[in-house]
Design a protein around this ligand. Structure first.
Ligand SMILES: Cc1cc2nc3c(=O)[nH]c(=O)nc-3n(C[C@H](O)[C@H](O)[C@H](O)COP(=O)(O)OP(=O)(O)OC[C@H]3O[C@@H](n4cnc5c(N)ncnc54)[C@H](O)[C@@H]3O)c2cc1C
Length: 396
């Protein structure tokens, strides 16, 4: 196997290409737009920075954000410093950086849409620009919505989220995330080098688009975001169910998928950049070692078992109740009341706390959290008020 075609020059395809080309493979990356402003928050958590330090060290414009604010459905807020910063890129910049690295490693790029992939014969046949190109192997890293490979199932509405948002030319220093009552999704504002990505995501088919747009516009008003020059966007994002993560076919004799195409996205937070990079990287490693069959197992060991667990609790996190209030509202309150709980959320946010050990950590520190909550609760009035963020007021 020598010639590899990669469909999609996003994070998954670019890093896979970079790794393969540096090990002597002839790699061609096909992308219909190459580096473009894909609708995205653009936030990279600590695990991405740890695995790919060039994302922090690059000279490209980006914003390194240390502070986040969570807003509950009832308007209460909690602001906290994350244990590690989140690095936020405009996607055109990030994709350009990753594609440049792939090209330096030896990849060729073709700016064209691939309209068909045929994996039946001895060689893979791709159609792009009306011409048929052949390769020994094809990596499909073409995002959430592609039906290029009949050998696997496409992601259905149950595995997808709808996102709407705006790129707003203004500056901010903090990340904001707002939850809504009885709503599987959230609103966000992510500051980039010279603009914000503001948006809403929700399970596909659960809320009409008009309603999402209303929530988004309300959020923009509440947060006083100046909308002059704002550009609207909409896109889909995988939000895989546990059985999809566990059972969907992501590799065959002469093909494999990575990134969103393989549904490598956190079903709670929608984080996909790290998983796109890591899956592209792991696929390349499997191919370099001639161990393609081990690719799904490598993904499972690296992160997909954790994402499967996340999928099994996602609905409860967004819609569940705890002590008579929404879990997301309790989370905001506990952030203000308990330093121990705040530490936990700081780690969750910066991406250094996985889901499978989260439950154990929550239980093991439950007593301390209750004690700290009681202490704040029974503190003198002035102290209690100062425990809340300026705009929240007493939240009892
Ligand atoms: C609104 C929104 C906000 C998000 N915010 C964040 C965030 O803050 N942090 C985070 O970690 N993740 C976020 N994500 C998820 C993240 O954007 C994706 O997980 C990530 O881009 C996946 O990378 P990828 O390489 O798999 O696919 P993509 O980035 O989608 O790249 C696929 C590429 O394939 C190309 N392509 C598609 N079809 C074809 C074809 N037939 N022929 C040729 N080329 C083709 C496209 O042009 C594209 O460049 C967000 C997603 C959305 C929608």
């Amino acid at each position: 196997m020598k010639d590899i075609a990669i469909v999609g020059g996003g994070p998954a395809g670019s890093i896979c290409g970079e790794r393969l080309a540096s090990h002597g493979f002839n790699v061609t990356i096909f992308d219909e737009r190459l580096a473009w402003e894909k609708p995205c928050g653009g936030g990279l958590t600590h695990k991405a920075i740890q695995a790919y330090p060039f994302l922090l060290n690059s000279g490209q414009p980006k914003r390194v954000v240390h502070t986040a604010e969570l807003i509950a459905g009832n308007g209460r807020r909690a602001r906290f410093d994350m244990s590690h910063p989140i690095v936020i890129y405009a996607r055109k910049v990030l994709n350009g950086l990753l594609l440049d690295r792939a090209i330096v490693a030896g990849c060729s790029t073709i700016c064209s849409r691939v309209t068909s992939v045929d994996t039946d014969g001895p060689r893979v046949r791709l159609t792009a620009r009306g011409e048929v190109c052949q390769s020994d192997f094809v990596v499909v890293a073409a995002g959430a919505r592609n039906r290029l490979l009949p050998e696997t199932t496409a992601l259905t509405a149950d595995d997808l989220e709808l996102t709407l948002g705006y790129f707003v030319p203004t500056e901010e220093d903090i990340i904001k995330v707002k939850f809504l009552k009885e709503f599987e999704g959230y609103l966000w504002s992510f500051p980039r080098a010279d603009h914000l990505s503001v948006g809403i995501c929700a399970k596909m088919g659960q809320s009409p688009t008009q309603q999402l747009r209303r929530h988004l516009d309300d959020f923009v008003l509440e947060e006083n975001i100046p909308m002059d020059g704002a550009q609207f966007y909409s896109h889909v994002l995988p939000s895989p169910q546990a059985q999809t993560i566990r059972g969907r076919r992501i590799a065959g004799r002469n093909w494999a998928m990575a990134g969103d195409a393989a549904a490598c996205v956190d079903p709670i937070t929608g984080e996909g950049l790290y998983y796109a990079l890591r899956s592209g990287d792991l696929l390349a490693q499997a191919l370099i070692e001639g161990q393609l069959q081990s690719y799904p197992e490598r993904l499972r060991a690296a992160f997909s078992a954790d994402l499967e667990f996340a999928a099994s609790i996602a609905r409860r996190i967004f819609r569940g109740n705890f002590l008579g209030g929404a879990i997301t509202t309790r989370m905001v309150q506990l952030l203000n009341w308990s330093p121990t709980f705040r530490d936990l959320i700081r780690d969750v946010f910066s991406g250094s706390q996985d889901y499978r050990t989260l439950k154990h950590r929550l239980f093991s520190q439950f007593g301390t959290t209750v004690l700290e909550t009681m202490r704040t609760f029974f503190a003198p009035a002035g102290t209690l008020r100062s425990a809340f963020s300026k705009r929240s007021g007493p939240a009892l």
